[in-house]
Design a protein around this ligand. Structure first.
Ligand SMILES: Cc1ncc(COP(=O)(O)O)c(C=O)c1O
Length: 339
């Protein structure tokens, strides 16, 4: 077992023993290399470095009370990486190769999976980059696929406690017909100024609006947004939003709880009418939202008036975490065990 204070882990990088890598060269994927190097040797004209030809994923492995390691819905991450690759003209990583690499890297880092009960997990970070050289703006002909893992604690320092978020109107994360629906690095570069400013101004995250009309809720930084009212779980649907696997899962659980699910644009004005709101994603699972502050006009929308997460957010969070840690039945078949 690695010498780590599991309960103090934040969402950051901790070195582990191994990562796995493979190159796509001359029309085919090579063999998977197990590496203990944290660095990569890369051509200075690689398209990833100049033109942002890169995509990544994020998923987690959980240690159960029974000592079994569970990976949550990796097939969805593999499919999303394929969509990201195709969207920016990279060689897609076949699902089987993704699975093989993921299992290999997790198996070689078992000592770094946080024990059951610590609230932490092993974050799995697949990365696909254009490694071949180009000087003109063209796709590479060589690609590097890496998966590394790192043990993580909560994404927001608040954990499951409610957070404040800030509506931004002077920056956009994604263009209307751009790459917002893909998990590619450029979207994250575009979101950093607003995210860091939100942080500096005391907010956990920025809340982006649709770039074209600034009328509808887009994404809560690196997480999807949802609101609850009148027995409904409502979440925005748009080409500029990354289809969150956590959000998809919460929609199934919400329906199990008897809620109706609506996927449609959510106008900023509608924020008034929600009884609960939250941001969801692999990293945070759910961050219940306490306050949404519109930076431009000072308007404030408040939830969790008693300082605690609302009942529906709490139930959704607990139900999802129980499936992930193996404390509840996996009736949807979302879990893959590492044998
Ligand atoms: C922009 C963005 N939206 C939403 C999410 C949540 O997606 P998921 O639930 O698949 O982690 C993420 C994180 O992956 C993200 O980066």
């Amino acid at each position: 077992m690695a010498n780590i204070d599991w309960k103090k882990l934040t969402f950051g990088y901790t070195k582990t023993n191994y990562n796995v890598r493979t190159y796509f060269r001359n029309g085919s994927w090579g063999s998977l290399e197990l590496s203990s190097e944290e660095t990569i040797n890369i051509h200075m004209a690689a398209t990833a470095l100049h033109y942002g030809q890169e995509a990544f994923e994020g998923l987690k492995a959980f240690m159960g009370k029974d000592g079994k390691v569970r990976i949550f819905r990796w097939e969805e991450n593999a499919k999303r990486l394929i969509r990201s690759a195709e969207g920016i003209l990279m060689e897609a990583v076949p699902e089987e190769l993704f699975k093989k690499a993921m299992i290999k890297v997790v198996k070689h880092n078992l000592d770094f999976i946080p024990p059951y009960g610590t609230g932490s997990s092993l974050y799995i970070r697949p990365l696909l980059i254009g490694s071949g050289p180009q000087v003109g703006v063209k796709p590479a002909s060589e690609f590097l696929f890496i998966i590394f893992v790192t043990p993580v604690g909560p994404y927001f320092k608040e954990g499951f406690n409610p957070v404040d978020v800030q509506i931004v109107r002077d920056y956009d994360r994604a263009a209307p017909k751009g790459t917002g629906h893909l998990k590619v690095g450029g979207n994250y570069a575009a979101s950093m100024r607003a995210g860091v400013r939100a942080h500096d101004e005391g907010f956990a995250s920025s809340l982006f609006l649709d770039a074209k009309t600034k009328t509808f809720i887009d994404e809560a930084g690196p997480a999807n947004f949802f609101g609850i009212k009148d027995g409904k779980y409502i979440t925005p649907e748009s080409h500029t939003i990354l289809p969150s696997i956590t959000n998809m899962s919460l929609q199934s659980l919400a329906m199990d709880m008897g809620l109706k699910v609506e996927k449609r644009p959510i106008a900023v004005d509608e924020l008034e009418s929600f009884t609960e709101t939250g941001a969801c994603g692999t990293a945070a699972v759910i961050s219940p939202i306490k306050k949404i502050y519109d930076r431009e006009n000072g308007k404030t929308y408040e939830y969790c008036k008693d300082g605690k997460a609302g009942p529906i957010c709490t139930k959704l969070y607990k139900t999802l975490q129980d499936i992930q840690y193996g404390d509840a039945e996996d009736k949807y078949g979302w879990i893959t065990f590492i044998e």
